[in-house]
Design a protein around this ligand. Structure first.
Ligand SMILES: Nc1ncnc2c1ncn2[C@@H]1O[C@H](COP(=O)(O)OP(=O)(O)O)[C@@H](O)[C@H]1O
Ligand SMILES: O=C(CO)[C@@H](O)[C@H](O)[C@H](O)[C@H](O)COP(=O)(O)O
Length: 460
């Protein structure tokens, strides 16, 4: 089939990069690909969580290389990715991307990515920080808090670089060969100390606390285009329009939601349940209102415990198997766990899977309840972790809250729901609402769709 005008959507996830190609005539996805980043590195702090930026960029290159000649039809690029995290760079890093391949010299011009899972700003540290002037609190793993910590503990990171942003903001800068960082309200709100109502950083509060405000990116509304592709890249023509980077959460919702009476549960490395709200309601623990599109908000319960919990469980089993002198590949192990017999339905075993704590309750971790002499089986443990992830989401955003907001259906998105039947069934059981499951590259598709919706004239 011959396509006239395509939009490339890119999602920089915590575990993988995904791309989607959207046909602007039909608004349908015609191509999708996902490449694992394998970018986790030993953090400089024991509670830290850092990723190698060059590895993420290499995974992205691999993803956008794969469609080949089809990319010649790309007119615009929409980008989204993991929120809250922060990376620092020097403008030379952006220009170097176009001049040469990555070298050890390139590495000096970019920091690691301090991700949303970074917990170095613990309870005691956060207690010392000023209160933000915003309806949103600032938690551990949020960009501004990470800057506060670095200023006190590793000030050289702040003096070595002159720009910062989320990883998706860096990618926009690179594609446009534009040194200065520009950010959308989606990502600014995810850093803390940002007032969504007047679209500004809490400059006074931050200055008073000796925060390096000169580093803060300028902020624009989602849907604004920040530049064009600097050079032809893997068949994508030079001059393709590049939109400001968006949050992966908002993109997973725009990709899948068809009416205001739908809610979305997205589970990939993390897990969230969200619905669109016209205004900010009184907030309860665990539910926050993040900016969406067109002055709307997303009411969201974002859990730090999603697919990462299952990943940790699989890694533990993998290490037990190796310790016993046996061998199995990780893929085979996943496959076996997902196909274990479901006799565990009547088990009294309850798994509380909060191994990463929660933002609203950071010092409480996971536990097992009702362990008996015959229920510590692999099947019961694995399905217990799966079910526990959904039970936790239900606690954070109860069914009654969805019903009160007029929600009639749940859309399930993210690779974990797609692959995991135990999780699918548990969503249906817990929320007792119809569940419709979509493709897993939905955030990448959403980034492309948002660009199409905001720029109809580009595609006439
Ligand atoms: N072989 C596998 N089979 C099923 N699920 C897997 C497998 N490998 C990883 N996963 C799950 O997928 C999650 C990562 O999903 P992914 O869509 O790549 O994340 P992200 O969007 O955050 O980058 C992991 O945390 C893990 O729970
Ligand atoms: O933490 C929140 C919102 O507060 C998440 O919803 C947000 O989407 C973050 O980007 C995710 O935690 C990372 O996304 P993913 O890699 O798990 O897909």
């Amino acid at each position: 089939m011959d396509f006239e005008k395509l939009i490339l959507g890119i999602d920089i996830g915590t575990s993988s990069v995904k791309v989607s190609l959207l046909d602007s005539c039909t608004s349908k996805s015609i191509y999708a690909k996902s490449v694992p980043t394998i970018s986790k590195i030993n953090p400089s702090h024991q509670k830290g969580d850092e990723q190698d930026v060059v590895k993420i960029l290499k995974a992205m290159k691999q993803c956008i290389k794969s469609p080949g000649k089809m990319m010649e039809k790309v007119k615009a690029i929409g980008i989204c990715g993991q929120m809250h995290g922060i990376v620092f760079w020097d403008e030379k890093f952006v220009h170097n991307f176009w001049d040469s391949e990555f070298t050890s010299k390139t590495d000096k011009f970019v920091s690691n990515l301090y991700t949303w899972q970074d917990a170095r700003t613990d309870f005691q540290f956060l207690a010392k920080l000023p209160k933000p002037h915003s309806h949103l609190k600032a938690y551990s793993g949020y960009g501004c808090n990470t800057i506060f910590w670095l200023k006190e503990n590793q000030p050289e990171i702040l003096s070595n670089f002159n720009q910062c942003g989320t990883i998706q903001d860096l990618i926009v800068s690179i594609l446009c060969n534009q040194g200065k960082s520009v950010m959308s309200t989606h990502n600014a709100a995810s850093w803390g100390y940002f007032n969504v109502t007047d679209c500004s950083w809490n400059i006074d509060i931050l200055t008073e606390a000796n925060f390096p405000v000169h580093l803060l990116p300028s902020v624009v509304q989602p849907g604004i285009n920040v530049g064009t592709l600097y050079e032809t890249l893997y068949n994508i023509p030079k001059g393709a329009v590049v939109g400001v980077a968006l949050g992966d959460l908002q993109c997973s919702v725009i990709a899948t939601l068809t009416t205001m009476t739908d809610a979305v549960i997205n589970i990939s490395t993390s897990a969230q349940v969200a619905f669109i709200a016209k205004e900010i309601e009184t907030q309860c623990d665990g539910v926050e209102y993040f900016p969406y599109f067109e002055n709307h908000f997303l009411a969201v319960a974002a859990s730090l415990n999603g697919g990462n919990v299952l990943d940790s469980f699989v890694r533990s089993v993998f290490s037990w198997v190796s310790a016993l002198g046996l061998t199995i590949t990780e893929d085979e192990l996943w496959n076996r766990l997902l196909h274990l017999s479901p006799e565990e339905n009547l088990t009294p075993l309850i798994v509380n899977p909060l191994i990463f704590g929660e933002r609203h309750n950071p010092t409480t971790y996971g536990s097992l309840i009702n362990v008996t002499n015959n229920n510590l089986t692999l099947s019961e443990l694995f399905s217990g972790f799966c079910k526990g992830i959904i039970n936790n989401l239900l606690k954070m955003m109860p069914r009654e809250m969805l019903l009160k907001a007029g929600i009639q259906r749940i859309i399930g998105s993210g690779s974990v729901i797609n692959k995991n039947h135990i999780i699918k069934t548990q969503i249906e059981t817990c929320y007792n609402l119809p569940l419709s499951v979509t493709m897993s590259e939905d955030s990448a598709f959403g980034a492309a769709l948002a660009l199409l919706k905001n720029n109809p004239s580009l595609f006439n």
